[in-house]
Design a protein around this ligand. Sequence first.
Ligand code: SI3
Length: 288
Amino acid sequence: MKGLYTALMCSFDEKGNVNEKGLREIVRHNIDVQQMDGLYVNGSTGENFLISLAQKKQIFDIVKNEAGDDVKLIAQVGALNLDEAVELAKYATDLGYNAISAVTPFYYKFDFEEIKDYYNTILNSVDNDLIIYSIPALTGVNMNLEQFGELFENDKVIGVKFTAPDFFLLERIRHAYPEKLIFSGFDEMLLSASVLNVDGAIGSTFNVNGQRARQIFELAQEGRIDEARDVQKATNDLIAGILDNGLYPTIKEMLKYKGVDAGFCRKPMKSLSEEGIKRAQEIADKHL
Ligand code: SI3
């Protein structure tokens, strides 16, 4: 399961329906052009928390049907409604997804026992491996080394998608749990995480910048840090522009600019104005 995974975008039409043709094009683009090792489906980038249960299943279906066994597939199933998370975990496992992943439960201030119970409930319902999705800036859930260790005691928890700028904690987890998989989550920090020997990365910007991500990751593994730093710099020039213009809508416009039917974002996320679209294209021309 090691390697580089796109946090897959989903294409929606203007009414918010899944645009199947567009989603298939995004899948192919990530496999054939960006040459990713795998796809992380229905994560933050997939606008997962804005869509219905039926749409989540529809997306799992389409992605598996299009990707087949070409690349590894991870299904993000985490949800505040635990019954829904379990249903999705079973659904994706039956479809043949290689692993499931679940965001830490958020919004309410769950204590660690509750978080552990959430993961155990999902895990006990399926015969599949799980990757914890930790993203404290969006969930407010900050787990410490010991708490990661408690979750890792379950052999079915094979790793963590670590989306945080806490390199002290990242190094401690790497050192304490060499057998677990760590995926770096912030694309703008990929080099720093790679130096700490992560096993791979999962990123939204890989939808358009996957080849550079691979260069950063592989150069760092080879110890060619000066060269990796140059590629991270080019990447961060791109990411700074994307973040400034609006993360997901800008990546969608860049995909459309490259001929991939990435569609619209789900409300309440807004799509770009004419000016924003022009800006996305300028950033693509300059930095891709
Ligand atoms: O679940 C997912 O879609 C991700 O993997 C998210 C990934 O960690 C991204 N984080 C968010 C919140 O979108 C990053 O790739 C992020 O977009 C990028 O580093 C720019 O900040």
